[in-house]
Design a protein around this ligand. Structure first.
Ligand code: SF4
Ligand code: SF4
Length: 259
């Protein structure tokens, strides 16, 4: 079944023209690491199948490099919408791919995100009951570590990835957990005053949500900002990460390159 899952992922990645990463984690570990409110959401999604689930499949697609370059690091620029449109496209690709893999493994696909939710909630905490964290599964499947930005950082694509998860009753060999870390890097903190505010005890996710709503009023076509993502990618390109990450861990998840 492992080969069939990889083949399905490869086919979808080719179809969408995107590079991807896939990893497996034991269901029990993911379930235990979720917030209680998200465990309940997962139970709802799995209906009465939660007791038979054995593995989580974490999938990610990477933003193309030129899309990351379109994120303005200062002021509002129309090029930001190149990133916003890619965000919608990656979400569609992930949702289709997750559905296809879920069919194959008799599982449940959790979609990439709840698009348009940012402006419809009163506080970022309202998200938590509505979805199941993909980051928990990604960390435990070896797809990446939790960066100082709160995003999953993959050793090849930095934080320029988007995630979805499939839960399945099949026992698949774990590719995790992630062993990396940001080390001394501070690039995202330097790029974003809201992330620095988190260090002073503010909830940056709520500040980030409000900032994104303001951007959407100016014309941004998605619930994204991405400056921390671009800073992360540029930090990787400085070569710092390749010097301190464990090469054995990096080889564990499955990378899909496209022609
Ligand atoms: S998305 Fe933008 S506002 Fe939010 S944490 Fe990243 S850089 Fe800061
Ligand atoms: S920019 Fe640096 S500190 Fe921030 S998440 Fe990426 S690697 Fe970690």
């Amino acid at each position: 079944m492992l080969e069939e899952v990889l083949e399905a992922f490869r086919g979808e990645a080719q179809r969408w023209g995107l590079r991807g990463v896939l990893g497996f984690a034991p269901f029990r570990g993911v379930y235990a690491a979720l917030m209680p409110i998200q465990r309940r959401r997962l139970e709802e999604l799995c209906d009465d199948a939660v007791g038979v689930m054995r593995s989580a499949i974490s999938i990610a697609y990477a933003y193309p490099r030129d899309v990351v370059d379109a994120i303005p690091m200062r002021g509002y620029k129309e090029s930001w919408n190149i990133y916003a449109r890619a965000y919608h496209r990656l979400n569609r690709a992930l949702n289709n791919t997750a559905e296809r893999i879920a069919e194959l493994v008799d599982g449940i696909a959790v979609p990439a995100t709840l698009e348009g939710f940012t402006g419809r909630v009163e506080h970022v905490e309202d998200f938590y009951a509505a979805t199941v964290s993909h980051r928990v599964a990604a960390e435990l499947a070896g797809v990446g570590w939790r960066g100082k930005s709160g995003l999953i950082v993959n050793p090849r694509y930095a934080s320029a990835i988007r995630l979805a998860t499939i839960y399945t009753p099949l026992s698949l060999p774990s590719t995790g957990p992630s062993e990396g870390g940001c080390g001394e890097c501070q690039a995202c903190l330097k790029a974003c005053p809201l992330l620095r505010a988190e260090r002073l005890g503010e909830d940056y996710r709520e500040l980030c949500r409000r900032y994104i709503i303001a951007l959407e009023r100016r014309g941004l076509e998605a619930d994204v900002c991405g400056r921390c993502v671009r800073a992360c990618v540029e930090s990787f390109e400085s070569g710092y990460m390749s010097r301190h990450l464990n090469p054995d861990w990096i080889r564990r998840p499955y990378y899909i390159d496209i022609d």
